[in-house]
Design a protein around this ligand. Structure first.
Ligand code: FES
Length: 159
């Protein structure tokens, strides 16, 4: 049996027949597989005997669910008010330029980075702010972005 399906079946066994288990089921599936593909959701629907539309509805409603593969490093660019007035747009552009992302892309083709905009990260006194994985970078200027990203690029190429 396909390895992914085996992993899915194990998760399904934990939640089968339990009421209100759709969100934890999707969370655990995402933790295991990295994101929720259409095929994955259809498989869950069939095995759990839940309408596929209900699963798609929940997965698209909650922002914690990812429907596309995500890069190894997640870059959150704060677009909250304090950051917005401190040139968050310039910071975002510097990130996008440094990663050479096209306008409609948010994940690099090597799947090393995903960029997303978020509302306030909770440290407005450091505006403008980005977070890369669990680390916060504040009081940024666009010129600082390439050097910050470079640390992650070299860490990746040393693996
Ligand atoms: S607005 Fe960016 S951290 Fe609060």
């Amino acid at each position: 049996m396909n390895n992914v399906l085996k992993r899915l079946d194990k998760i399904i066994t934990t939640y089968q027949g339990k009421k209100g288990s759709l969100i934890p089921l999707l969370q655990e599936t995402q933790n295991e597989l990295g994101f929720l593909s259409r095929e994955t959701m259809e498989y869950l629907a069939e095995k759990m005997q839940i309408p596929a539309a209900e699963i798609f509805g929940v997965a698209t409603f909650y922002s914690m669910f990812r429907l596309e593969p995500q890069g190894k490093h997640l870059i959150r660019v704060c677009k909250g008010t304090a950051c917005h007035v401190s040139d968050a747009d310039g910071i975002k552009k510097a990130v996008v330029d440094a990663l050479q992302l096209a306008e409609d892309e948010n994940t690099t083709s090597d799947r090393q980075f995903t960029v997303m905009e978020v509302a306030c990260l909770g440290c407005c006194s450091l505006a403008p702010v980005i977070m890369i994985d669990d680390r916060t970078y504040g009081k940024l200027v666009p010129e600082a972005i390439p050097a910050i990203l470079h640390q992650y690029i070299s860490e990746t190429s040393n693996e």
